[in-house]
Ligand binder design. Structure first.
Ligand code: BGO
Length: 270
């Protein structure tokens, strides 16, 4: 059986450059079923049993663009053996938004921090070990353009594919966790344990695609709605915005402890 690695990342993170460098001429290009979004897969060089699936470039796993729907359907329904998440090291805040969601899927994740040639040239520093600790997954520095670290990143993903699922390290605020715990118990306890959290968060967000997929009983839906409303009242915001905002608070704390900008704190002369 082939090992299936999904390559996921934001548009412009260097995903195409990395995919080409890892697979070379060993690529098959088509379309995702029923849509005109390009589907590319390829064999990892020197690993004929490893298939890399290049997912569309996305910022989030919300279902608002065709690309997001395609990517998340693949991750949820096909469940690759591991995710290699490429992030742009010069734009950590925006890129980690997707990462926080990928680590919730119950699939082993390896993060490849790309553009490290630029990060280093700028004199900035990313504390990789701390980033790895905070995300709960292996993190590898790469430059897809220069080819540095890329085989290490791919091999880390292959190794992760045979190991433990990534466990998200982030907790939402009390009222949200309270609602999520109720949702897990009421609606998704029959799903595999590692998938329950992702589904519960999506139900909390009232994600229509997930709700229609799960086809929950009306009484259960009514109880869940009460839990969501209680959190919304307590936090004075709508459920989806609460999740988004709390993700950004988490990301800000990661960046504070993992990213050091060379000129931070110095007065600008311009
Ligand atoms: C252009 N380092 C540097 N410095 N650049 C990188 C790296 C890296 O590690 N990795 C990728 N890039 P895609 P998506 C470009 O195309 O792979 C560059 O969307 C240009 N083009 O070369 O396409 C890469 O698939 C003109 O840059 O990303 C590309 O994720 C001037 O990042 C861009 C400058 O990479 C996006 C750059 C005509």
């Amino acid at each position: 059986m082939d090992i299936r690695i999904a390559l996921a990342g934001n548009p412009n993170s260097g995903k195409t450059t990395l995919f080409n460098a890892l697979t070379g001429a060993n690529q098959f290009v088509g379309n995702w079923p029923g849509v005109t979004v390009e589907k590319k897969e390829g064999k990892l060089k020197k690993h004929s049993n490893v298939v890399i699936m290049d997912l569309p470039g996305i910022y989030s796993l919300s279902p608002y663009t065709l690309e997001e729907v395609v990517a998340r359907n693949y991750l949820i329904n096909e469940r690759p053996d591991a995710i290699l998440n490429i992030i742009d090291g010069t734009n950590l805040e925006r890129n980690l938004y997707l990462t926080t969601q990928l680590t919730e899927l119950g699939i082993p994740v390896v993060v490849a921090v790309n553009m490290m040639d630029v990060v280093k040239k700028n004199g900035d520093r990313i504390h990789i070990d701390e980033l790895s600790r905070q995300l709960g997954c292996n993190v590898v520095e790469i430059s897809a353009l220069k080819g540095t670290g890329i085989m290490e990143a791919a091999e880390a993903a292959v190794k992760a594919a045979g190991g433990a699922k990534t466990i998200p390290q982030h907790s939402f605020s009390g009222p949200v966790e309270h609602a999520i715990a109720h949702i897990e118990e009421a609606a998704v306890h029959n799903l595999p344990a590692e998938q329950q959290r992702w589904y519960a968060i999506k139900i909390f967000e009232r994600d229509e695609k997930v709700l229609s997929q799960l086809n929950l009983d009306k009484t259960v839906l009514g109880h869940i709605e009460e839990d969501i409303k209680a959190a919304e009242k307590e936090l004075d915001d709508d459920a989806e915005s609460i999740i988004t905002n709390e993700r950004y608070v988490y990301i800000a704390s990661i960046i504070k402890s993992c990213y050091q900008k060379k000129n931070r704190g110095k007065l600008s002369t311009s």
